[in-house]
Design a protein around this ligand. Structure first.
Ligand code: ZN
Length: 190
């Protein structure tokens, strides 16, 4: 995984960092790592996730390796603005579950001088770009693409393989219905 290493930390301005990748690629772990460091630096940190994601815990962000941080559940991206008033660093997990309103919200926060760190799936189970992540990648200053390991061939994996047949774009809380696959081994179940 790439480290977030800007050549110099931006001064007197906000910015957007996006951590994007498939399931099991360590997005949330990386988000938690950056937010912990911000906490240690005594910055005011607020963490958000969409109410749709209720696996493991209702109020923490939790990675597959069970690292966790307390977070605020919100129904819409605009609600983040209400809760983030004094926050210097804003973390947003499972960002693919927000709609495109999130792009404007992240830009607004960054324009106000805040550091915004967004983690989310960049492709759905078919390999189709999963908005609003592609748009956020375009407006972000710093991008990290996390890769998993293909369970079939061991190559670096950037696709999420759905192991059951369903045309729903999102199957919440069904992480055992997915695995990481590379481009060569990924297919659309039907
Ligand atoms: Zn493979």
């Amino acid at each position: 995984m790439h480290e977030f290493t800007p050549h110099s930390t931006p001064k007197e301005t906000g910015w957007i960092e996006v951590i994007a990748g498939c399931m099991f690629s360590g997005k949330t772990e990386e988000l938690i790592r950056r937010l912990r460091r911000a906490n240690i630096a005594k910055l005011n940190v607020k963490i958000f996730k969409p109410k749709i994601d209720v696996r493991y815990s209702t109020s923490d962000i939790v990675s597959h390796s069970e690292q966790s941080l307390p977070s605020i559940l919100v129904e819409s991206a605009n609600e983040i603005l209400d809760h983030a008033k004094n926050a210097q660093v804003i973390g947003i997990d499972e960002a693919q579950f927000f709609n495109n309103e999130l792009i404007e919200v992240c830009n607004k926060l960054a324009n106000e001088g805040r550091r915004v760190i967004v983690a989310g799936l960049d492709q759905d189970y078919r390999g189709i770009p999963f908005e609003p992540i592609p748009q956020l990648l375009a407006v972000a200053e710093y991008i990290t693409k996390t890769l998993a390991i293909c369970v079939v061939c061991g190559n670096p994996a950037d696709r999420t393989q759905r192991k059951i047949v369903s045309s729903e774009r999102v199957l919440v809380g069904a992480s055992d219905s997915y695995e990481a696959r590379c481009r060569k081994c990924h297919y659309i179940p039907e």
